[in-house]
Ligand binder design. Structure first.
Ligand SMILES: Cc1cc2nc3c(=O)[nH]c(=O)nc-3n(C[C@H](O)[C@H](O)[C@H](O)COP(=O)(O)O)c2cc1C
Length: 183
């Protein structure tokens, strides 16, 4: 069973990416979590280049999604919405719409922000986009506010409540795949 973990942030010390590393630690035996590090390589969407095969990085992303059993996103909020790089990658992945790699794929969305609200608008918009692409959007709604305060000096998650939330998110996503997880 393979989960693909996608962070909406490119920066090295990203809170969003730290949440995915912590989520990987909570994965039960038999569930492998792979953190995608190809976001930076995806070019700006251009329909003229959206031919078969498309750009190498895009084809690799589409294949990775197809080969994964489910996808978990952790995203910051940029101006009350999805970071542009992430939305751009999803635009590529969404074509052709009828057979796109995300169609029927179980997905979970985690939001975070430096402020109090935990990126709720960004997460809501991401769920909307994934729904439009035909993904199976689970009811996971984890919003981590003041995210930077929940990491230790090494940049790793040091907050039990958030860790519980991540475990719950995993349970919800894996239930969609009918994988039993200890509570
Ligand atoms: C361009 C930009 C726009 C932002 N807009 C918002 C916003 O609308 N709401 C919010 O809560 N935080 C906003 N932030 C702050 C981010 O939540 C914060 O930088 C967060 O730590 C980024 O996530 P990361 O740690 O995963 O990189 C914004 C940051 C940037 C760089």
């Amino acid at each position: 069973m393979r989960l693909l973990a996608i962070s909406g942030s490119l920066r090295q010390a990203s809170n969003s990416t730290a949440l995915l590393r912590a989520l990987a630690e909570e994965a039960p035996a038999g569930v492998e979590v792979e953190l995608w590090n190809g976001l930076r390589e995806i070019p700006p969407y251009d329909a003229d280049d959206d031919v078969t095969p498309g750009p190498e990085s895009v084809e690799a992303f589409r294949e990775l999604v197809r080969d994964s059993d489910a996808i978990v996103f952790s995203t910051p909020e940029y101006n009350s919405s999805i970071p542009g790089a992430l939305k751009n990658a999803l635009d590529w992945a969404s074509r052709p719409l009828a057979t796109n790699a995300f169609r029927n794929k179980p997905v979970a969305v985690i939001g975070s922000s430096a402020g109090a609200f935990g990126g709720v608008w960004s997460a809501a918009e991401l769920r909307k986009v994934l729904g439009a692409m035909g993904a199976r959007v689970t009811e996971v709604e984890l919003a981590v506010g003041h995210a930077h305060e929940k990491l230790d000096e090494q940049g790793e998650l040091a907050d039990d409540e958030v860790r519980d939330g991540l475990r719950e998110a995993l349970q919800t996503l894996l239930a969609e795949l009918r994988v039993p997880v200890a509570a």
